[in-house]
Design a protein around this ligand. Structure first.
Ligand SMILES: [Zn+2]
Ligand SMILES: [Zn+2]
Length: 258
């Protein structure tokens, strides 16, 4: 299993793309601006899109991708998300005002886009990869995702603030090698972090302390850094997270479990 980081920033700008992770050839987690790094041919290989939540930085390139590939799609694209996210996409994006409803375009097959409702705890089996939705805490209903193969596992928090239940779950996963976690703001911006539902390093430290001593620690990849705060956040993470292999996640990274 290989995760290709297409985008993982909390904003845009030169070299910065918002959240989008490719998992092998056919699976995508979120459809932020990182999606535009894929060629149309690669977009056509996608079969499964898992959405963490409906915030724009995680879905904006889903509508934009469709006119690129829709007429050439031979197989359906399944879009897995919570009922709240699916309703939001239908009501606020695919409503003919913001964007066409691609399930209703005359002459096209209505099954090419298939919305699949999932919730925390749901596992979807996709060949040798299993994707499980995880409960996290953000101002709108949000899911993290755990990707498992026979070789090991990778977990992604999506957008979240303090979420003890997430840590309890991932610390029990056999062979967890990489953990991608949202730390958007430095600790001196705690009020903004709390209001927007993201971790600061100080808040994350509290949850990291629940990690059982006897369980091997995965590599901790810091994601969703807000532009302008990257160095401040990373300096704190390196300083505070003793005993963890801490890295800054970047577009272009490839995380391989084998
Ligand atoms: Zn969000
Ligand atoms: Zn976000």
């Amino acid at each position: 299993m290989q995760v290709q980081v297409l985008g993982c920033s909390g904003g845009i700008g030169a070299g910065l793309k918002t959240t989008c992770l490719g998992v092998d050839e056919s699976i995508l987690i979120d459809a932020g601006t990182g999606l535009e790094l894929l060629s149309a041919e690669r977009m056509l290989q996608l079969r499964h899109l898992f959405i963490t939540h409906a915030h724009l930085d995680h879905i904006c390139c889903l509508p934009l991708m469709l006119p690129t590939i829709f007429e050439r799609m031979q197989q359906p694209l399944k879009i897995y998300a919570s009922s709240v996210v699916i309703e939001a996409l239908k009501a606020h994006i695919f409503n003919w005002t913001i964007w066409p409803d691609y399930t209703q375009i005359p002459g096209s097959s209505s099954d090419l886009l298939q919305f699949v409702e999932i919730e925390a705890g749901t596992t979807v089996e996709l060949g040798c990869i299993r994707v499980t939705a995880l409960e996290v805490n953000h101002p709108t209903p949000t899911l993290g995702y755990l990707m498992q193969s026979d070789e090991g596992a990778i977990a992604f928090s999506g957008d979240t603030t303090t979420a003890p239940q997430f840590w309890q779950t991932v610390s029990q996963v056999d062979g967890l090698q990489h953990l991608l976690i949202d730390v958007s703001f430095p600790s001196d911006q705690q009020q903004v972090a709390d209001a927007s539902g993201h971790y600061s390093p100080a808040a994350l430290l509290q949850d990291l302390q629940s990690w059982p001593d006897e369980v091997a620690k995965p590599v901790l990849h810091i994601s969703h850094l807000k532009p302008g705060f990257e160095e401040a956040v990373m300096d704190e993470c390196y300083e505070l997270f003793k005993g963890w292999d801490v890295r800054r996640l970047a577009s272009g990274d490839r995380l391989i479990v084998e």
